[in-house]
Design a protein around this ligand. Structure first.
Ligand SMILES: [Zn+2]
Length: 61
């Protein structure tokens, strides 16, 4: 399962860990639409999969 990065505060949602009131093993896609970042209360659409991969140093030409 993929981790998702909050572009507002840098919080990373890790599906293996879950979050407050979210049981471990919950994919980001399965979070309720009104779920917000536990750190900064940003909405789900502020989270980015691509940004996290970019930060991990995925090779670019
Ligand atoms: Zn956040």
């Amino acid at each position: 399962m993929e981790k998702w990065l909050c572009e507002v505060c840098g919080y990373v949602y890790d599906p293996a860990v879950g979050a407050e009131e979210v049981p471990p093993g919950t994919p980001f896609e399965d979070l309720p639409d009104d779920w917000v970042c536990p750190e900064c209360y940003a909405e789900k659409d502020r989270f980015s999969l691509e940004a996290l991969n970019r930060d991990k140093g995925v090779k670019r030409k």
